[in-house]
Design a protein around this ligand. Structure first.
Ligand code: ADP
Length: 615
């Protein structure tokens, strides 16, 4: 038994590498993308579904055979003359039917549910992970995760319903027609006529049901999106005492969901009611006809039993299918809805022949760079800047001038609309993104920590890093002291304590020190510091500056700091305004120039502060 289970369970490995990571954005191709990878499983399911339906029809026809046998003779003649027929029937009912049923259920529960569902989830997760940063900025993380989870299940459930219910009914209907044709063509005519009306109805109503199912799924995810929005901003909600207002807002989206849900279920109700009436008409027609034909001795009592049994069963199946259609379309709606998120085109992609970045000296050249986030104004406007190997450059400018954007472009979080960025003569758009980012150490204003141990957070991206090096980096970032004091809810302490949303809460300054430790450990040849010390108090900042300066030695550095004193000692300062460079030079040169930088400096220091020295 264990081996049988294993056989079915090992058939589909969810972690198999897909033939391509591209997932097509139309329903049919989206489904085929996954089904095509598991053809064997679904072909067997198709086969078993067909066999089950033929067996079911055959077993109904046995009723007629038995009635006629009993009609014709006594128990003795039946047991003697018809013994092979009876044995044949027994084998079908006792052996073939259970084996088919067991194989079907094995395939569904042991292969498709664990293997296929999770293969879809795994591959869609792979795909989503390679989406650009802006993809995640424009959606809720929780919503994306839910889509991946539900789409896996819905794709599998959809296929199960399609092959085990729809296909089953189609084969059963055909077998029924075949059996009826042997008795009288009038039966076939009535059933075909009835099936045709049924098909016309389905063709007319199913598209309406489909579109309403999609609207229902869309409005449903709008409700959960709204809930996530409220919960993730709970502090703001509480601060403004606006729970009631949030409830009102949620209610509105709930109501629009209910509205579309009702429109959807109305259509299902209409369809099912029509079918009930149609079914009754057909049963009456077939029943009446069989009595008439029996009266004319055209057919036997056994035939009447077969005809009635088969048509009643077909009617029952079709009604059940209507109930299942609800689930079928709900699943299809979920698949389409998930597909819209999952199969979104990837905005920033590695070129097929992308190469690894090779940082030889660390020269960075921005050449005529133009960039805007959306359709609005250019955020970086025809900007050219050459940073020499080992040069330390400070970016200065008012908030919104485009400083962070420039660093994000260097990291290729977005593709340029104009110009190129080159590192040691290699255009970054032709380089593998992972390789580019591995070569740049970044500390930003807001570091988010993962729900993992502090140790893993510091060593993030450095697999197999020795604990001593992690601790050393933490010491240099002045984080070792506070890390030792940490203890999370599960009593894990120090470097083992878990951080992140569900772990120990760290202050902005503490998180920043972890980020600095991370960068010290990563020791990449290029450094990008975006307000790297903005959350630290002055004492710790001064202490860490020294470590950062040590780290900067021999590297090319771009640093943004709001507090000018922290970057005034850089080799060169670049003053930006509205995505353009307006001044450039050393601190002293810019002060002497008496322009925008001099005014900023004046404003911040009152003219008295001396820049921090480094080196
Ligand atoms: P700075 O770092 O100089 O304060 P930023 O580079 O953060 O400036 O922002 C430059 C401009 O780009 C601002 O007008 C800002 O609103 C806009 N911006 C920044 N990030 C995004 C984003 N992810 N999507 C759309 N607009 C953005």
């Amino acid at each position: 038994m264990e081996r049988l289970f294993r056989l079915f369970e090992n058939w589909l490995d969810p972690f198999d590498t897909p033939p391509t990571d591209d997932i097509p954005p139309t329903t049919g191709r989206f489904l085929w993308h996954f089904i095509g990878q598991s053809k064997g499983v679904f072909a067997l399911m198709l086969l078993l579904g067909g066999i089950t339906a033929v067996l079911e029809a055959a077993i109904f026809s046995f009723i007629g055979v038995i009635v006629d046998m009993l009609d014709a003779g006594s128990i003795e003649t039946v047991l003697v003359d018809d013994r092979w027929t009876l044995i044949g029937m027994a084998v079908i009912v006792l052996v073939i039917r259970p084996i088919t049923a067991i194989l079907t259920v094995m395939l569904e529960e042991q292969t498709v549910v664990p293997g296929f569902f999770n293969r879809v989830r795994w591959q869609t997760n792979r795909r989503v992970l390679s989406q650009s940063l802006s993809y995640f900025q424009n959606d809720f993380a929780g919503r994306i995760a839910a889509k991946i989870w539900q789409t896996g299940q819905a794709t599998g459930d959809f296929m199960i319903s399609l092959l085990q219910i729809l296909w089953f009914i189609v084969v059963f209907a055909l077998s029924t027609l075949f059996l009826l044709a042997e008795l009288d063509l009038w039966f076939v005519l009535i059933v075909v006529f009835w099936l045709l009306i049924y098909a016309v109805l389905a063709v007319k109503i199913i598209p309406i049901i489909r579109s309403r199912a999609k609207t229902t799924a869309d409005t449903g995810s709008a409700v959960s999106g709204r809930l996530v929005d409220t919960y993730s901003n709970i502090q703001t909600v509480k601060l403004f005492g606006s729970s009631e207002r949030e409830l009102d807002g949620t209610r509105q989206s709930f109501e629009s969901f209910l509205d579309s849900l009702r429109r959807f279920t109305r259509m299902l109700t209409i369809m099912r009611s029509l079918l009930a009436v149609l079914g009754s008409c057909m049963i009456l027609g077939i029943g009446g006809l069989s009595i008439v034909l029996w009266g004319q001795a055209e057919i036997t009592s056994g035939d009447v039993a077969i005809v009635l049994g088969l048509t009643l069963r077909l009617n029952l199946l079709l009604n059940r299918m209507m109930g299942q259609l609800n689930g079928l379309f709900r699943n299809l709606g979920t698949v389409q809805d998930g597909m819209d998120t999952i199969a979104k085109p990837i905005r920033v992609r590695d070129l097929p022949n992308a190469t690894e970045l090779e940082v030889r000296q660390g020269r960075i050249v921005f050449d005529g760079v133009g960039f805007r986030y959306g359709p609005g104004e250019a955020v970086i406007d025809n900007l050219s800047l050459s940073i020499e190997p080992g040069e330390k450059v400070g970016l200065v400018g008012h908030s919104g001038a485009g400083k962070s954007t420039l660093i994000h472009l260097l990291l290729r979080f977005y593709d340029l609309q104009k110009g190129t960025i080159r590192i040691d003569e290699q255009d970054i758009s032709a380089i593998r993104q992972n390789s580019l980012r591995q070569s740049i150490g970044v500390v930003s204003q807001d570091t988010s920590l993962m729900h993992r141990s502090i140790r893993d957070n510091i060593a993030y991206g450095q697999i197999g890093c020795e604990p001593e090096r992690i601790e050393e980096a933490a010491r240099r970032a002045h984080a070792h002291e506070f890390i030792q004091e940490l203890r999370d809810q599960k009593q894990r302490a120090g470097y083992d304590a878990h951080a992140g949303e569900r772990g120990v809460k760290l202050s902005g300054g503490q998180r920043q020190r972890i980020a600095i430790a991370r960068v010290l450990l990563k020791n990449a040849p290029i450094l990008a510091l975006d307000e790297a010390t903005s959350s630290l108090d002055s004492e710790i900042e001064a202490a860490i500056q020294e470590q950062l300066y040590n780290l900067m030695a021999g590297k090319t550095v771009i640093a943004i700091a709001h507090r000018l004193s922290t970057i005034a000692a850089m080799d060169r300062l670049i003053v930006m305004e509205q995505g353009r460079i307006i001044e450039t030079g050393t601190h002293q040169k810019l002060i002497d120039l008496g322009g925008a930088y001099a005014r900023l400096w004046q404003h911040q220091s009152g003219g008295f502060l001396v820049p921090t020295q480094f080196g």
